[in-house]
Write a protein that binds this ligand. Structure first.
Ligand SMILES: *[C@@H]1O[C@H](CO)[C@@H](O)[C@H](O)[C@H]1NC(C)=O
Length: 381
């Protein structure tokens, strides 16, 4: 009896702190429900969500100076394209990332026959934005002969319309642009189309490989995934970019089109902007703008700058990862101290593209034009 009584006493004593703790937890949850909700869904994502993307990974063989010819095709288990006439087309949707565009055009110029560039005067969330490319056409004069450009007028979102509709509309427009141009080529010409966002840059040697060897109807490109700059490597997690042998049923897509992916085929630099306002525009204009969840403090310039310099998550929540290894590594990014194996044009112009390289995390912010004559100034920390 005494024994049971003691146990009841102890249970009652334990109940008080447990009650207090419950109150504290409820309070904290109430205060931070949005962050907690998203953190929980991210932290448990490996359980409720299957990893997306192609699973058949083709080992990629390359070293600087390698001549890509029949024996290299054989190494990848592909036949060489013999006497086929092949044109390589790069189809790009751009928003504001002119620096990445310049790096991309220079990287791919030797292996691409035609660039298709499409931009809008609105973000996917329907906010007005500059048609950056068309305003800066001179900067790309060197490639003018190869560029086919189209401006797609954008409008504020109508009620019930989702940003994803705008995005898919832009992709449909690109399909039309590509179809219209296919008729210019001779009927016996095969067209290989690179389908990737502006920040997903295939390496020139990858495209040379895919032009030389017959990889089939389509193949995804596994890209090294960086955030903010080439200082922060998340992993080899990017797979949406793809290359297609264009056919009558082809369309411009950013979704999974097959199960094969070529390993280590280039670079995906997410949120790699030169200035802080571009971060704000992107965060507001992203198809996933709901991630901001009304938390306007996320758009604070100093917070964004700190986030970039510390390799943290720009939305202030756990990264979306599909297994716990990725999740853990994405939470504790270590800054890289190497800039080996990056696009040639970037390294040749390292001074101008300092913000993309290790140690260059401080972003420029445009000064109010009245203050000085110059438009671009440095932000202090
Ligand atoms: C984009 O341009 C079109 C055509 O010039 C115009 O009607 C439309 O209002 C513009 N959209 C925005 C968001 O400014």
């Amino acid at each position: 009896m005494a024994f049971t009584f003691l146990r009841m006493q102890r249970t009652r004593l334990l109940l008080i702190p447990a009650f207090v703790l419950t109150l504290v937890v409820f309070y904290l949850v109430g205060q931070n429900h949005y962050q907690i909700g998203s953190a929980l869904s991210s932290a448990t994502r490996p359980i409720w969500d299957q990893a997306e993307g192609p699973s058949n990974i083709v080992t990629h063989y390359y070293s600087e100076g390698l001549d890509i010819e029949e024996s290299v095709c054989r190494l990848h288990n592909w036949p060489e394209r013999k006497d086929e006439k092949v044109k390589v087309l790069d189809a790009i949707l751009i928003s504001t990332e002119l620096d990445l565009l310049e790096i991309r055009l220079n990287e791919l110029d030797p292996v691409v026959d035609r660039f298709f560039i499409l931009e809008s005067n609105a973000t996917f969330t329907g906010l007005p934005k500059e048609a950056s490319f068309s305003l800066n056409r001179k900067r790309f004069a060197k490639f003018d002969k190869k560029i086919s450009y189209r401006l797609v007028p954008g409008y504020p979102l109508e009620e019930g319309q989702s940003p994803f509709e705008q995005e898919s509309n832009a992709r449909n427009q690109m399909t039309k642009l590509l179809r219209a141009h296919m008729t210019e080529f001779l009927p016996d010409t095969k067209s290989i189309v690179i389908m990737s966002d502006i920040d997903e840059i295939p390496a020139a040697h990858t495209i040379e490989l895919l032009r030389t060897c017959d990889f089939g109807q389509s193949i995804h490109l596994q890209l090294r995934n960086y955030v903010y700059s080439f200082e922060w490597l998340v992993g080899f997690t990017s797979w949406r970019a793809s290359v297609h042998l264009w056919g009558p049923d082809s369309y411009y897509r950013h979704s999974q089109s097959g199960d094969t992916v070529l390993a280590d085929a280039g670079w995906h630099c997410s949120y790699c902007f030169r200035t802080i306002p571009e971060y704000v525009t992107k965060m507001k204009g992203f198809s996933h703008a709901d991630r901001i969840g009304g938390r306007l403090e996320l758009l604070d310039p100093q917070r964004i700058q700190d986030t970039i310099c510390h390799g943290k998550d720009i939305f202030g929540m756990l990264p979306e990862a599909y297994n716990y290894v990725d999740l853990l590594s994405a939470l504790s990014l270590e800054p890289l101290t190497t800039a080996v194996g990056l696009p040639l044009f970037l390294i040749e112009n390292a001074e101008r593209f300092k913000f993309l390289l290790p140690g260059g995390c401080l972003r420029e912010i445009p000064r109010p034009p009245t203050e000085t004559g110059s438009v671009i100034g440095d932000i202090g920390r």
